[in-house]
Design a protein around this ligand. Structure first.
Ligand code: NDP
Length: 370
């Protein structure tokens, strides 16, 4: 477990370059720049920066950069038994995770906060030793009432019981009026409100989630503050190689959500043609056998190798441990084309609430028409 703890503290770049050295192969085999967007690349966007925030609320030596594996908390509840949420988060920290992914929309942040407190205590850690991300929900974008952004941010800090966040994301590029569900709010205004949060000294970095290419370009062109990270769906059934590479060129970290694809049971029924469960897929199970890993570890290791941060969620101790063990699962070069072929065969986006919200999400990205 000690090795895992050390590995979980490594930055993504250190981890991926170590893996590269092992494999002595270039990172991407998935036509990284094979898209019309290549010609449009605007280097002035990449040159923007995310300011380094120092304040009395942030210790002088917090976690340096986002750890390559975090613990997801969506749907972390057991009906009315929120203790399950607290126990899972505490167990994750005890096991060696140093990064927790939260959101106001998950409606469990108070219990996640208790888990953080308990986990830090048991593991003998301080707040500064872990990375905490949370997200601003659509009904607090604040175009009508600008104070809503800061209001939800403050509630999140209070619920999680932390003095600062490492990263605060705009959950979707969709602002919704809480009264009439009108979705016309412009994320550019929301972003400008979020940049003001940096002035409070209670958040180190801000970022985004679920943006389409043109939305990202427009947001970055509108502001001097570059998003630190972009969190979006990324797994072997939705590989988006060029989109990932695009972020590398921009200098924006990619965090892969639902990294175990259709393992999340919520996606059942949301997708017209659901591919076979990723973790039972013979391509994945055979690679797992050959590399002495589990199928989940193969899926997670594959994503980390490509340079993405992964944030698997589980309420089971054995899975919590197993998923962190992906840091020790080394894939070999021949595994990558096999997984790439899987992505072509079963290309599926699991999470697209656009239709219900009356907006076209993920324009220009794979699987956006489902
Ligand atoms: P994951 O890909 O993490 O899969 C979670 C599911 O897989 C759970 O049902 C879990 O079961 C099961 N599971 C976990 N580990 C294993 C394993 N080793 N073997 C078998 N089954 C396993 O899905 P999520 O959708 O939860 O995504 C991860 C996180 O990403 C979220 O929790 C959230 O923090 C974030 N997210 C962000 C979104 C955004 O819009 N920004 C959208 C979606 C997710 P069990 O819990 O029963 O153990």
């Amino acid at each position: 477990m000690k090795l895992l703890t050390v590995l979980s503290l490594l930055s993504t770049s250190v981890l991926t370059s170590a893996l590269h050295n092992d494999l002595q192969q270039p990172i991407s085999n998935d036509h990284a720049f094979d898209s019309g967007f290549d010609d449009d690349f605007d280097a002035s966007l990449a040159a923007k920066s995310h300011p380094k925030i120092t304040s009395e609320h942030i210790p002088s030596d917090p976690v340096d950069s986002i750890p390559p594996i975090g613990f997801g908390t969506w749907l972390l509840k057991n009906e009315d038994d929120m203790q399950n949420t607290t126990d899972s988060v505490a167990y994750a920290l005890q096991t060696g995770y140093r990064h927790i992914d939260c959101a106001a929309a998950y409606r469990n942040q108070k219990w996640v906060g208790k888990g953080i407190k308990a986990g830090l205590h048991t593991a003998g850690l301080e707040r500064k030793d872990i990375w905490v991300t949370s997200k601003l929900w659509n009904d607090h974008h604040g175009s009508a009432d600008p104070s809503l952004v800061e209001q939800e941010f403050n509630e999140t800090l209070a619920d999680l019981g932390v003095g600062y966040l490492d990263l605060y994301l705009m959950h979707w590029p969709v602002g919704e009026d809480p009264k009439n569900h009108n979705t016309s709010f412009d994320y550019i205004f929301t972003w400008s409100r979020m940049t003001k949060l940096l002035d409070t000294g209670r958040v180190r970095y801000i970022g985004i989630s679920n943006f389409a290419p043109e939305e990202l370009r427009r947001l970055m062109a509108s502001s001097d503050v570059k998003p630190y990270a972009h969190q979006f769906e990324l797994h072997p059934y939705l590989q988006q190689g060029w989109w990932l590479a695009w972020h590398k060129r921009l200098g924006v970290v990619v965090t892969a959500y639902s990294p175990l694809a259709n393992s999340n049971p919520t996606y059942k029924g949301r997708v017209k043609e659901m591919p076979p469960p990723l973790l039972n897929n013979t391509v994945i199970t055979e690679i797992a056998k050959e590399r002495s890993c589990t199928p989940a570890q193969v899926a997670l290791s594959w994503n980390m190798f490509r340079g993405a941060v992964v944030i698997p969620k589980s309420k089971h101790e054995r899975y919590i441990e197993e998923n962190l063990g992906s840091l020790n699962c080394a894939l070999l070069y021949p595994d990558y084309p096999k997984i790439e072929a899987l992505g072509k065969k079963y290309l599926t986006r699991m999470n697209n609430p656009g239709e219900g919200w009356g907006v076209h999400l993920f324009k220009g990205l794979d699987g956006s028409e489902q």
